[in-house]
Design a protein around this ligand. Structure first.
Ligand SMILES: [Zn+2]
Ligand SMILES: [Zn+2]
Ligand SMILES: [Zn+2]
Length: 273
């Protein structure tokens, strides 16, 4: 399975418009953070080619596809409805046109309902379709395992302040952005991970996101082989923070590509910039 971090920044993106802080003015490309999203290619018995999964359509979706030289998506998994996670959906039109297909979209009921409101023109039969509209098939999921083109996906239900968010586990990989509290019963779904990508906003506590210290504590409990933090603010200078973190818990960066040796739990892990 191949995982590409398409974006690792908080909702404003880094650099923040007009900000002159050391992170926003850093020349290190790893300090530039588009809005959070991740792309996954995984083997499936249902297809000869890998299944291509996107988690969330950030406002930077178009740019993220271009800079990573990607042009196809089979399915989108939505974590929740916040604007930094959904606003790139309109650009799915190009995937529809290039590959002559609809894209399957999954999310919990609240998330799908919000998407139907935010993108009402997609669902309105009277919409003028002159410029094209996204061709998507929406699927409401609950907390049980569901199957996408032969691949089992496990939703992980947790809290982001008052908002319920779904993270996702695919084989040995779990993605848990926008997280401030994981209910006790969900930890069993996170056993034996090769790779975890989890929310860590900044050092100072925040009501709806894990701080670095909180994310480190929960990561040690989950005990994956490797962990990367995401959804970071401009408080975190990449190289400086990473030097103070354990080697198997590091900040992610845009474009980070990780391979885990299989699409089932207990594989090995390798990374490439
Ligand atoms: Zn967010
Ligand atoms: Zn800044
Ligand atoms: Zn959010």
């Amino acid at each position: 399975m191949k995982i590409i971090i398409l974006g690792s920044g908080t909702s404003q993106g880094i650099p923040i418009i007009g900000c002159k802080c050391p992170v926003c003015t850093s020349s290190n490309p790893k300090d530039k953070r588009l809005r959070v999203s991740v792309y996954i290619e995984t083997k499936t018995p249902a297809k000869d080619t890998p299944l291509k999964i996107l988690i969330d359509t950030s406002p930077d979706f178009r740019q993220q596809m271009l800079v990573n030289n990607l042009n196809d998506i089979d399915a989108i998994l939505y974590t929740h409805h916040h604007i930094d996670h959904i606003m790139g959906l309109d650009d799915i039109r190009q995937i529809n046109q290039l590959h002559h297909k609809a894209v399957d979209v999954y999310g919990n009921e609240d998330t799908i309902n919000h998407i139907k409101r935010a993108f009402s023109y997609i669902f309105d039969e009277n919409t003028y379709k002159g410029g094209g509209i996204p061709n998507i098939d929406t699927n409401v999921i609950t907390t049980g395992t569901f199957n996408v083109h032969g691949v089992d996906i496990v939703p992980i239900k947790y809290f982001h302040g008052p908002t319920v968010v779904f993270g996702y586990r695919i084989g040995g990989f779990a993605y848990m952005t926008d997280c401030s509290m994981i209910p006790e019963e969900e930890f069993t779904k996170l056993a034996g991970l090769d790779l975890l990508v989890i929310d860590a906003l900044r050092y100072r506590p925040h009501p709806t996101h894990f701080s670095i210290d909180e994310a480190v504590a929960v990561t040690k409990r989950i005990n994956p082989k490797q962990t990367y933090f995401t959804h970071m603010t401009h408080d975190l200078l990449h190289d400086e923070v990473n030097a103070n973190l354990p080697e198997n818990i590091q900040l992610a960066y845009d474009g980070l590509t990780i391979s885990i040796t299989n699409d089932v739990p207990q594989g090995g892990i390798s990374t490439a910039a």
